[in-house]
Design a protein around this ligand. Structure first.
Ligand code: NAP
Ligand code: 12T
Length: 339
């Protein structure tokens, strides 16, 4: 079954009750995506729960192999194992999958798309399109214009990632632990291996044999795939911090061509999806609490690297549930219906 242009589309949200799924629903509404029927899917735990879309109540349904009949788009954010199991049923039903999990991102034949960077990676008849990792998305939005003009050789990045990246349970864990600590009580941890309240954990996703975490290797591999350049060196450290929403990143970029912080500031001011916030005199720079609920990738603290000629430093912040997940996925769907 081939994709054909229509006035409105049937959209399924898989993992609709989750941190990302809920943003999918609000993002579809806010951007007025041409939705005909919206089907909300989750596990037996929350089937029957009622959510609202544009003021209309919709009951969550149990995800099954036949959930995709008659649907045009399925936005998946229920974890990699759910995507691996159910995305093939969606494809068989002729329903385009936009997948937020890590299941398909590095598959050779599956496009990994950030609309501001590589919209042309979407084929004429898409089946599965992968949404990159949240930390990678906000970084490549800023790297892409720099790479196009100066050729990036190497990126050294440290992340400061919010707990909402690990879902609803993690948001609850930070809340409960913070209150316990302030009350002078003991804490317990379920989502993370250690207390996250008033702490920083240099550990996101699982550790791999090379000593890096899977989250760190996503930043290496996904950045190369999206920018279409395997020669870019990426040296990452990913850290969980006690912040609810928005990921922050400290980035050092080394380029082939001579570069300056001042020139990049001008370049990024005119680059899609980016807002430069950089006025140190007035204590203005990107902040997680300001980025929450916003669409843009915020960039600031642009400085020349004191230790190297062709290198600069900067700070990137974006709402991980928006541009890092739901917004990027809906933008991909918009590209498909808009052409
Ligand atoms: P979450 O808040 O824990 O939500 C998980 C969602 O998946 C819930 O709706 C849950 O439904 C559903 N679910 C879980 N197991 C299921 C099953 N067997 N069948 C059907 N539905 C199932 O997690 P989240 O933060 O929204 O993240 C969800 C996924 O999105 C993650 O696993 C991750 O891969 C991906 N993600 C991607 C990015 C990104 O960088 N692009 C960012 C964050 C997350 P119930 O209510 O029934 O439990
Ligand atoms: N472990 O989409 O915990 O690959 O913040 C996103 C976020 C995996 C992913 C997290 C994760 C992904 C997290």
């Amino acid at each position: 079954m081939a994709f054909s242009k229509k006035e409105k589309y049937n959209v399924a949200v898989v993992g609709a009750t989750g941190a990302v799924g809920r943003r999918m629903i609000t993002t579809l509404a806010e951007r007025d995506f041409p939705v005909d029927r919206l089907v909300l899917l989750a596990s037996a735990r929350s089937a029957g729960q009622v959510l609202t879309f544009k003021g209309k109540s919709i009951a969550v349904e149990l995800l099954t192999e036949s959930s995709f009949a008659g649907q045009d788009f399925a936005l998946f954010s229920a974890g990699a194992s759910v995507s691996l199991k159910y995305a093939p049923f969606s494809v068989d039903a002729g329903c385009i999958v936009i997948d937020n999990s890590s299941a398909f991102r590095m598959e050779k034949d599956i496009p990994l798309v950030v609309p501001e960077v590589n919209p042309d990676a979407i084929p004429d008849q898409p089946e599965i399109i992968a949404n990159p990792n949240c930390s990678t998305i906000q970084m490549v939005v800023a790297l892409h214009p720099i790479h196009a003009k100066y050729r990036i050789k190497r990126v050294v990045v440290s992340t400061y990632q919010s707990v909402s990246g690990s879902g609803q349970k993690a948001i609850a864990e930070l809340t409960t632990q913070s209150m316990a600590v302030l009350d002078g009580k003991d804490t317990s941890s379920e989502v993370y291996p250690h207390q996250i309240a008033f702490n920083c954990l240099p550990h996101i996703d699982v550790f791999l044999d090379n000593g890096y975490t899977k989250e760190e290797m996503k930043m290496v591999n996904e950045t190369r795939k999206i920018l279409g350049d395997d020669s870019i060196q990426v040296s990452p450290t990913t850290v969980r911090v006690p912040v609810f929403y928005s990921h922050s990143e400290s980035v050092n970029v080394e380029t082939e061509a001579p570069i300056s912080a001042e020139a990049v500031k001008k370049l990024l001011r005119h680059s899609p999806g980016i807002r430069v916030v950089d006025d140190p005199e007035r204590s203005e720079y990107p902040l997680a609490i300001d980025a929450e609920g916003k669409d843009e990738v915020f960039v600031g603290r642009l400085r020349n690297d004191l230790s190297r000629k062709k290198a600069i430093n900067f700070w990137i912040v974006s709402d991980n549930l928006r541009k890092g997940a739901a917004l990027n996925a809906v933008q991909i769907a918009e590209l498909i219906v808009g052409r």
